[in-house]
Design a protein around this ligand. Structure first.
Ligand SMILES: [Zn+2]
Length: 486
């Protein structure tokens, strides 16, 4: 192979990265890279296991004198996100990546680089290959389909893992370790309805211009939820005026904070419609005063249309629907006061929809603590029951709770301090990571997620500064050595 990256230390680490980059490995297309890993292990006489999901585990005995130490798991995912710039001719199913190095920055030509999480694969291969490294017994776990729902890690038979210390290498900032992640699930409320003919004046209210964001990573920013705001308005209208709900549509997916919401109500009596318009405008003014200082593009408009006809929602159903949304927990639910107040549990009311024959609300609760996730499920279930909705739960995955004491965290901190003269920062993320599945399956697991700096992952601008990659290997090597001395 004609290597692009030269003069780096250790050169082999970068050459392994180049070798795996030559193998197409988008999510769902992992057989070839998986076979490459099996072959790699066999050539070196290492214990190897490959499963039906193409996950691979490779074990290597501890270095001389460290054979009886506690084993450590190294882990990362072999699949990558496939994105390319418009006009770029690249077939991710059959072609390897075209790597480029400019000013010490490694990128791929017009495509994602797969440093997320190819760096972890190369680092594990380096540890498995190097005969001169000091390390406890290592269990390298290479997973598949991480980018499309943690599928490989979920399917993997974790009883093959004896290690209770885990170093995941899918974190994207050098000098920052991740020590907790959230679990989550999707909860859908449904209630069947029979619409009824109505005519009169139509009142239309729209909310828009909110910032929105990711329902996990951005939930700590206290951004306004358009469905929650609209439920507040409609509840007052239903309480104080005699109109019927026709439409209530907000949000598009469970995992995004909804930015928009649209409602229409119909009034048989023109005087009631007048009164409703006035009240809606007053409420719009109040919301504007509250929200605009924080989200300055926020708008709430009210319009009236005479002589309209509509299929309205029966009053009792409409009341249950709006009350459930008005009372539902939404946003941050609890924080960890010991560690920077990071979000421990949250709920996002992501979608509200009045369909032809049913009412639907979608919630996405998340928590790093399993018992709190169960608590939210119970509360949401009770809310649904109270207002006559059926519930369905789907896509549940476990979180990874913060450990008050963690040996691996301390080892990384000490090593980082001694090597680089700086403090390593620790962070919790409020989104899913593979660590959640491993910590759920392996009681007592002491885990950390780390890695070199990766920029613009999941985009064709994805890159990795080679200095950071080099330094991260120094850190990993030092940590492994320290683990033989404890
Ligand atoms: Zn990743």
């Amino acid at each position: 192979m004609d290597y692009q990256i030269t003069g780096r230390k250790p050169e082999k680490l970068f050459h392994f990265f180049e070798e795996i980059s030559a193998i197409p490995r988008g999510s769902g297309n992992e057989k070839a890279i998986s076979d490459y890993l099996v072959d790699f292990a066999k050539k070196r006489g290492l214990w190897v296991h490959q499963d039906d999901a193409w996950n691979v585990i490779i074990k290597k005995a501890g270095s001389q004198g460290a054979e009886d130490q506690e084993p450590v798991m190294l882990q990362g995912h072999m699949d990558m996100v496939c994105e390319k710039n418009a006009g770029v001719n690249h077939d991710f199913m059959t072609e390897g990546l075209k790597l480029k190095v400019e000013d010490g920055i490694l990128t791929a030509d017009g495509t994602t680089l797969g440093a997320d999480n190819g760096v972890a694969v190369a680092l594990m291969l380096m540890v498995l290959d190097d005969e001169n490294l000091a390390h406890p017994p290592v269990e390298c776990v290479f997973t598949t389909e991480e980018e499309v729902g943690l599928n490989g890690a979920s399917a993997l038979d974790k009883s093959l893992i004896t290690a209770r210390t885990m170093i995941n290498m899918d974190s994207e900032e050098e000098g920052i370790g991740t020590v907790s992640c959230a679990g989550g699930l999707r909860i859908q409320f449904e209630r069947p309805i029979k619409r009824e003919e109505a005519e009169g004046t139509l009142l239309q209210i729209e909310i828009g211009g909110l910032k929105g964001g990711h329902s996990g990573m951005d939930i700590d920013k206290e951004r306004q939820n358009s469905i929650r705001l609209m439920a507040r308005v409609v509840w007052q209208l239903m309480k104080n005026t005699d109109g019927k709900l026709v439409e209530f549509t907000g949000g598009s997916k469970g995992n995004a904070i909804p930015r928009e919401c649209r409602v229409s109500m119909i009034y048989a009596d023109p005087a009631e419609a007048e009164k409703a318009e006035e009240l809606a405008k007053k409420l719009a003014e109040t919301l504007t005063e509250e929200v605009v200082p924080y989200e300055n593009s926020f708008v709430c408009t009210v319009e009236k249309q005479d002589e309209a006809k509509a299929e309205a929602i029966p009053a009792e159903d409409a009341k249950a629907f709006v009350a459930a949304m008005y009372l539902a927990p939404n946003g941050v639910q609890s924080r960890n006061t010991h560690m920077d107040g990071f979000v421990v549990s949250s709920v996002n009311m992501g979608v509200a929809q009045t369909e032809k024959d049913q009412l639907v609300i979608v919630f996405l609760p998340r928590s790093s603590v399993a018992s709190l996730q169960d608590d939210m499920k119970a509360r949401m279930g009770l809310l649904a029951e109270t207002f006559g909705f059926t519930t369905s739960y789907s896509g549940e995955y476990p979180g990874w709770s913060y450990r008050e004491t963690s040996r691996i965290r301390e080892v990384f901190k000490e090593s980082y301090r001694e090597l680089f003269g700086q403090e390593m920062q620790m962070e919790a993320i409020h989104a899913g990571l593979e660590c959640g599945l491993f910590s759920d399956a392996l009681p007592g697991l002491d885990a950390i997620a780390v890695g070199p700096t990766l920029n613009h992952v999941h985009t064709p601008e994805e890159n990795v500064p080679l200095d950071s990659f080099e330094r991260f290997y120094e850190l990993l090597k030092d940590v492994l050595k320290r683990l033989t001395e404890i």
